[in-house]
Design a protein around this ligand. Structure first.
Ligand SMILES: Cc1cc2nc3c(=O)[nH]c(=O)nc-3n(C[C@H](O)[C@H](O)[C@H](O)COP(=O)(O)OP(=O)(O)OC[C@H]3O[C@@H](n4cnc5c(N)ncnc54)[C@H](O)[C@@H]3O)c2cc1C
Length: 385
């Protein structure tokens, strides 16, 4: 899977994006393309039939896909996060963490299935708790068959279309333990269609009600209580993976503005030219920030300096997307505000970037605490996770 192939798919996504946005419908045709190109196996090791991509490969591809349709790229990001995080638990790390062999076998099964065409959604967030793992109210209990999980999730991108869902829940027996499960679609997972949002409408990020019994091997890692530890040690999939998506959305805003300005012969206007020039520089800078974070994630995952770049990347990407899309709309003028115009959709999609956790405000707080010599993971004004 190459960046050139992602560009080819993005052109197809762009043609379909307006309809999916208007209807809030899942981009099934885009997902068929992703499956056809083998992209569900992007983060899967080669020994399990995947492409064995690193984080920087993912970021480069997510950026291109988002230039076609940010919503498609965002749903795909959830799948890449699940498979990327699972692949990150190497046999060596598993041994060091004392993970049971059955958990590593289950990891391989889930990853091989992805390489063969399955895809996974993330059902972590809850109303009132957002994605703060420490505040979740969905609980699980051990049973003779494995675990029984019960609760309500919200903002689940691609809900109703995935083959399985990563569900985060807290132990009823020991509420300090927050664990993650991979739950197959089907009985016990019910989608409530609640997503009618300003932007990223085609993500179909609906509510999901969970009342399901899963086998022991559905517990990711095979050990309870790993969720918060992993979020702190390797924040890239929780914090920065959507950064590449939103920089792609920002670049799409420039692409749409340039097409519009050229079609209407507005390019001679100095203010229009300067807006496009500033936007180009801002997006190039955000892209470099994301790629620098991604390079460091591949070279030194979990390192203090790497994590600092991860939080910078999310902050810069979210803020840049919203600012650039607003400026491009202003450069293009009122006709670009009509429903169905690409800029009108991209403007709304771009707005979601700094709202998605870690929000721009939370990223800025993390970076500020760190710059002032504090411990940004423990010294937030509220728990980070
Ligand atoms: C397009 C889109 C797709 C999504 N897809 C998924 C998905 O597939 N799966 C999933 O599980 N979730 C998904 N989410 C949800 C997302 O991950 C968050 O859980 C959700 O946006 C949190 O929303 P909230 O309203 O609870 O806001 P919060 O994150 O609670 O934020 C509300 C306010 O509190 C502030 N705040 C939050 N935390 C802190 C803190 N620690 N310290 C200080 N201030 C803080 C924020 O800056 C903000 O001003 C998606 C969200 C969007 C927008």
């Amino acid at each position: 899977m190459t960046v050139a192939e992602a560009r080819r798919l993005a052109e197809r996504f762009a043609v379909r994006a307006a309809d999916h946005d208007r209807d809030g419908s899942f981009p099934a045709d885009d997902f068929a393309d992703l499956r056809g190109s083998g992209l569900f196996g992007l983060m899967v090791p080669e020994r399990l039939g995947g492409a064995g991509a690193g984080f920087a490969d993912y970021a480069a591809i997510a950026y291109e896909l988002a230039r076609g349709n940010g919503a498609t790229a965002l749903i795909f990001n959830m799948h890449a996060s699940v498979t990327g995080a699972l692949s990150g638990v190497t046999d060596e790390l598993g041994d060091a963490l004392g993970l049971p062999p059955e958990a590593l076998e289950a990891r391989d099964r889930y990853l091989r299935a992805a390489a063969e065409g399955s895809w996974y959604a993330v059902a972590m967030s809850e109303r009132g708790a957002g994605s703060r793992l420490s505040q979740l109210t969905t609980t699980y209990e051990r049973t003779a068959e494995g675990f029984h999980i019960k609760g309500a999730k919200t903002f689940c991108s691609g809900a109703g279309h995935a083959d399985a869902y990563l569900v985060a829940a807290r132990s009823a027996a020991d509420p300090a333990q927050v664990s993650q499960f991979l739950v197959a679609a089907g009985d016990g997972l019910t989608v409530e269609p609640t997503w009618d949002a300003l932007g990223m409408r085609a993500t179909g990020s609906h509510d999901v009600h969970v009342d399901v019994t899963v086998p022991e091997t559905a517990l990711l890692g095979g050990v309870e209580g790993l969720a918060v530890v992993i979020a702190q040690l390797a924040p890239q999939w929780m914090v920065a993976s959507y950064a590449a998506v939103y920089v792609g959305v920002a670049r799409a805003a420039i692409d749409a503005a340039v097409a519009h300005v050229n079609a209407r012969n507005l390019g001679h206007l100095p203010a229009v030219r300067a807006r496009i020039g500033r936007a180009d520089a801002a997006v190039a800078a955000a892209h470099l920030t994301v790629m620098e974070a991604a390079r460091r994630v591949d070279e030194n995952p979990g390192d203090t300096a790497t994590n600092r770049w991860v939080w910078r990347a999310k902050l810069v990407a979210g803020t840049t997307a919203a600012e650039v899309a607003a400026s491009m709309l202003e450069a293009a003028g009122t006709s670009a505000m009509r429903r169905g115009h690409p800029l009108e959709r991209i403007y709304r999609d771009a707005r979601a970037g700094s709202l998605q956790p870690a929000t721009s405000d939370v990223c800025a707080d993390w970076l500020g605490v760190e710059a002032l010599g504090g411990d940004p993971d423990s010294q937030g004004s509220a728990p980070r996770w």
